[in-house]
Write a protein that binds this ligand. Structure first.
Ligand SMILES: [Fe+2]
Length: 246
């Protein structure tokens, strides 16, 4: 982050020190996932870059409300009610309209609704754990959910994922998908997590931590967390599927 020229040119280079190396043995899965040979550059095809364009008509009425989008009528998910909101921004800080933002998470007890899930915490019959929305003209998005619980995972002898929400952001084509995770301000597990520890720059980690925003909180209803996603440039959000930088 230091001694870089100002971002005045048309192309905003990524700072590769911002991204974790692909091979990080503390995160065991990275050993087999990381490339063993030199990378090959593939040209994108026209259809990958240009289409399809997402429209609001693909969304269901409650797609951005995980509190009720899987619940029986009159029921709601168990857990701490929260709202997550923010903007999808480009490298100059301009909002990106029309981006499809998807999110998925464990329930309040830290359990996913997935057939391969083995954690003993119970499923919540009224919580599915998945939602989506499309950014508005200013690049803003928001959704309601319950705060996910931390969960243990098989890495070291006693590793726990901090509470987190997975995000996917699509631009205007399927080749433009970026994936990241959001953490919650004040969670001590963030700094113990082997996946978080693969990120070499503390500022890059802090950009993944959503602060509690009491101003956006709805009294007697839910608390708000703010999470902006920066697609490109020096202050880009860290994306799991672009570890090598771009
Ligand atoms: Fe997860």
């Amino acid at each position: 982050m230091k001694n870089l020229p100002p971002e005045t040119t048309p192309f905003f280079a990524r700072d590769r020190g911002w991204h974790p190396p692909a091979f990080t043995p503390g995160y065991k899965t990275s050993v087999l996932r990381s490339p063993q040979r030199a990378l090959i550059s593939l040209e994108g095809t026209k259809s990958e870059v240009t289409g399809p364009v997402f429209g609001h008509n693909i969304l269901g009425q409650f797609d951005n409300d995980l509190i009720i989008n899987y619940a029986q009528p009159g029921e709601s998910a168990i857990g701490q009610r929260i709202m997550v909101y923010g903007r999808v921004l480009d490298e100059r800080g301009r909002g990106v309209p029309g981006a499809l933002v998807e999110f998925w998470q464990a329930n309040a007890g830290g359990r996913y609704r997935h057939k391969k899930e083995t954690y003993l915490a119970p499923l919540d019959p009224n919580f599915g754990g998945f939602g989506r929305t499309i950014t508005d003209d200013e690049g803003s998005y928001f959704f309601r959910t319950v705060k996910p619980g931390p969960y243990p995972w098989p890495n070291g002898v006693n590793d726990w994922r901090p509470a987190h929400i997975h995000f996917s952001v699509f631009g205007h084509g399927f080749a433009q998908r970026l994936i990241t995770q959001m953490y919650f301000e004040g969670d001590p597990l963030i700094w113990l997590c082997p996946i978080v520890k693969t990120i070499p720059d503390e500022e890059a980690i802090k950009q993944l931590i959503a602060p509690l925003d009491m101003n956006a909180t709805i009294p007697h209803d839910l608390r708000a967390y703010k999470f902006d996603i920066i697609l490109r440039g020096r202050r880009s959000t860290l994306f799991e599927n672009r570890l090598e930088g771009n």
